[in-house]
Ligand binder design. Structure first.
Ligand SMILES: [Zn+2]
Length: 286
C-alpha cells in the first residue's frame, strides 16, 4: 500500500511539474477529450422500417426519453462548434444527434418528437435530393426544410449536392459538391452552415482541405467510434443507428452512449484515414 501512495505522489508531483512547464493547453485538450460527446447518426424515422438505415418511431422516442430521463443534454451544431473552436470542455453528458440524407421522416416524426422534449438535432441535407421521392423513400422539400430551419432547436448541415463518391471526383466537381451545397443551404435557410457530413463516409486529405477552404468548422464521417479531439474535427466519427446493425436495440443504444469512453485509444489519434475501428471491441459490444 505504501508503495502505491509513493507512486501516486510521484504521479502528482510529475503532473504539477508538467503544468509548470507550460503544458496547460495540452491538459485542457486532454480534459476535453475525457468527455467528447457521443455523436449519433440517424437516417430515416418510420412507423414501419424496411431499410437498414431506418429507425422505428417507437424506438426513436424511447431513445429520446432515455436521454432525457438520464439528464443528457443535446447540443446544437452551433454550440458544438463554438465549444471545439474555443477549446472549452464539453458539458458532462452532452450528446449530438445527427440525421443524414434529409428524409421526410424528419418532418413527419423527428421534428415533432424533438420539439416535444426540447431536444436539439442537426440535419445533413443532400441538396439535389430536396423534394425527390419514390415509392421507397421521400426527401424533405425546400419548403419543409425552410420551416425546420426556423427553429433554434435544429441545425442544418451539408451532405453534398448529389451524394457522390467524393474520392472519385476531379477537383472542380469536388469543389462544387462541397462549396455549392453550403451556399445553397445558406441561401435557402438563412442560417450559417457550419458542418459537412461525407457521403458514404469517404474522405482523404484533399477532401478535408476542400471542406476547410469552403469554410466549414467541422465534418463528420460514418464510421462507428468515439469522437476525437480538435486536430481531427474534420473526421468526427459517429454512432450509427439503424435496423441492420443494432436492430433498434435499446440496450445497445444505452451501451454506446454510456460506454463511449471505453473506445480504444486509437480512436483519439489525429488521422486522415477512416477511423481504425477496433473490431474486437465492436464485436464484444454488439
Ligand atoms: Zn448519406
Amino acid at each position: 500500500m505504501k508503495k502505491f501512495f509513493l507512486a501516486l505522489s510521484f504521479v502528482f508531483i510529475f503532473s504539477l511539474s508538467a503544468l509548470a512547464d507550460g503544458q496547460k493547453d495540452n491538459v485542457k485538450i486532454e480534459e476535453n477529450r475525457a468527455y467528447f460527446p457521443p455523436v449519433i447518426m440517424y437516417h430515416d424515422i418510420k412507423t414501419e422500417a424496411h431499410d437498414k438505415f431506418d429507425v422505428l418511431l417507437e424506438d426513436f422516442c424511447a431513445q429520446l426519453d432515455w436521454l432525457k430521463e438520464n439528464n443528457y443534454k443535446t447540443l446544437s451544431m452551433e454550440e458544438f462548434v463554438s465549444i471545439i473552436k474555443k477549446a472549452k470542455p464539453f458539458p458532462e453528458k452532452s450528446v449530438l444527434l445527427t440525421f443524414d440524407d434529409g428524409y421526410s421522416g424528419i418532418s413527419n416524426y423527428a421534428v415533432e418528437e424533438l420539439k416535444k422534449r426540447e431536444m436539439k438535432a442537426t440535419f445533413f441535407i443532400i441538396t439535389d435530393m430536396l423534394g425527390v421521392f419514390s415509392t421507397r423513400y421521400a426527401h424533405l422539400t425546400n419548403r419543409q426544410l425552410k420551416e425546420i430551419a426556423k427553429s433554434n432547436l435544429f441545425s442544418i448541415g451539408s451532405h453534398s449536392l448529389s451524394h457522390p463518391h467524393l474520392l472519385e471526383l476531379d477537383e472542380d466537381d469536388l469543389e462544387d459538391e462541397i462549396e455549392d451545397s453550403k451556399e445553397f443551404l445558406e441561401k435557402l435557410t438563412g442560417r450559417k452552415i457550419l458542418a459537412f457530413a461525407y457521403p458514404y463516409g469517404e474522405y482523404n486529405e484533399k477532401i478535408i482541405d476542400e471542406v476547410i477552404d469552403a469554410g466549414y468548422d467541422a465534418a463528420f464521417v460514418v464510421q462507428n467510434g468515439s469522437a476525437c479531439g480538435y486536430p481531427a474535427r474534420y473526421s468526427i466519427p459517429r454512432i450509427y443507428m439503424g435496423l441492420d446493425l443494432c436492430k433498434n436495440n435499446q440496450e445497445l443504444f444505452k451501451k454506446y452512449i454510456q460506454d463511449y469512453k471505453n473506445m480504444p485509444p486509437e480512436a483519439f489519434e489525429e488521422r486522415f484515414e477512416p477511423l481504425p475501428v477496433d473490431a474486437d471491441w465492436f464485436e464484444k459490444n454488439k
